[in-house]
Design a protein around this ligand. Structure first.
Ligand code: ADP
Length: 383
């Protein structure tokens, strides 16, 4: 072939092949972009920022139920794990909204996280977000539920605790009436009547104290309280009981420590510890009360050589109405409220209470309170 003809032919062929390849590439790129749009997990504009700003749980779910966006709260509540919703209950709600379109609001009790024992109560809202996504919002209501349960328990316990002495009082009154001609019987029933009414008065007083402590902040008007004075007064109040149980009260360690707070309430707390130490100790034993302070912490320790507390009960003795030996406690007139009052008083004063105990060896209850420093004491006086 003529070489002059060969050159333009080759050029033309090259242009056709090149053009074909370029247009193939352009088509492929367009298809690729469209495909990328279909599988893109991008969340609609603005939703990202809203979810990030949420304090509660917010989750965006795509059509395959993958989590494409979740707020830190959603992870903290244990709702999301491996880019999926942990709880089948939530997945069901999401599917339902996707099918029906209508938003759903529901209260749910769910396990906290994929393997946790604890439960969490959530107020959940699920709604469509644009055409493709589902938005799930959840608020934590666990604390509210817990408080409700505590209140229900408390009311049930109070009713039970009050019913027993009230029942006894009315039975004894009937017995008194029937035995009005027998002076000995009258004396016996009257004595028991006095005991039951004292018990009733004590429970009522303790319930009032406890409600007062829970309702108000004991440190709303804090005063400087001398700890030595509180301890000495509490020992004095328990002297008669100690003498009648033949128990010696030994106080050790003088201290000039002062704390901010309510002297009367702190007095009740120390009194309750000493009174328990006497109640749960054998005749002839000793109860020690020590005060110490170091590094800004004031410690009041009450030690006895009594019956002690089994390991399993140690955590529970501070619960309201908790008594290890119901029968014995009823006999001693205990209401099971004493230690929970101590715990509340101490917590209201920014402190804590610890217990060491061994059955048969005795117990030590230690109250720890933050010491009022001299600087802040001066500023309190000026104020
Ligand atoms: P109570 O009025 O029954 O004494 P508390 O709340 O003061 O109620 O105490 C709860 C329970 O803890 C008591 O019933 C008793 O079983 C146990 N307990 C408290 N203090 C002592 C102690 N010092 N030694 C042994 N057991 C104690």
């Amino acid at each position: 072939m003529d070489s002059a003809l060969l050159v333009p032919l080759a050029l033309g062929f090259g242009a056709i092949v090149g053009g074909g390849i370029v247009s193939l590439l352009v088509v492929a790129a367009r298809r690729g972009r469209r495909a990328a749009e279909v599988i893109s997990t991008a969340v609609p504009d603005g939703v990202d920022q809203v979810i990030d700003a949420l304090e509660s749980a917010g989750v965006v779910i795509d059509p395959s139920n993958n989590v494409v966006k979740a707020s830190p709260g959603a992870f903290a509540f244990g709702l999301v794990w491996n880019q999926a919703l942990v709880h089948p209950e939530l997945v069901k709600l999401v599917d339902k909204v996707r099918r029906n379109g209508a938003p759903i609001t529901k209260e749910l009790e769910l396990s906290r996280g994929p393997f946790g024992d604890a439960n969490i109560y959530l107020f959940v809202r699920v709604a469509r977000l644009g055409a493709r996504y589902i938005l799930l919002l959840a608020e934590d209501r666990t604390e509210g539920y817990r408080l409700d349960a505590v209140r229900r328990d408390f009311v049930a316990n109070i009713s039970h605790e009050l019913k027993t002495p009230i029942g006894a009082v009315s039975l004894l009154a009937e017995a008194l009436q029937a035995a009005s001609d027998e002076p000995d019987q009258v004396k016996r029933f009257a004595k028991r009547l006095t005991k039951e009414s004292e018990r009733l008065a004590r429970i009522t007083q303790e319930i009032i104290e406890l409600s007062r402590l829970q309702a108000a902040d004991a440190l709303a008007k804090p005063e400087i309280v001398k700890i030595d004075q509180v301890v000495a007064a509490a020992i004095d109040q328990n002297r008669v009981a100690a003498d009648s149980h033949k128990i010696s009260l030994v106080s050790g360690g003088r201290s000039t420590a002062e704390v901010y707070g309510d002297e009367a309430l702190l007095g009740v707390a120390v009194h309750n510890l000493i009174s328990n130490a006497i109640q749960y100790s054998p005749k002839g034993s000793r109860v020690g009360i020590g005060v110490s302070n170091s590094d800004g912490v004031v410690e009041i320790a009450v030690t006895d050589q009594g019956i002690g507390i089994p390991d399993d009960d140690l955590d529970r003795v501070f619960e309201r109405f908790y008594r290890i030996d119901q029968a014995r406690s009823r006999h001693t007139g205990g209401s099971g409220l004493g230690l929970s009052i101590v715990k509340h008083v101490v917590q209201n004063h920014g402190g804590d209470i610890r217990v060491w105990s061994q059955p048969g060896r005795g117990s030590t209850f230690t109250i720890r309170l933050p010491e009022a420093s001299q600087v802040s004491a001066a500023s309190l006086k000026e104020a």
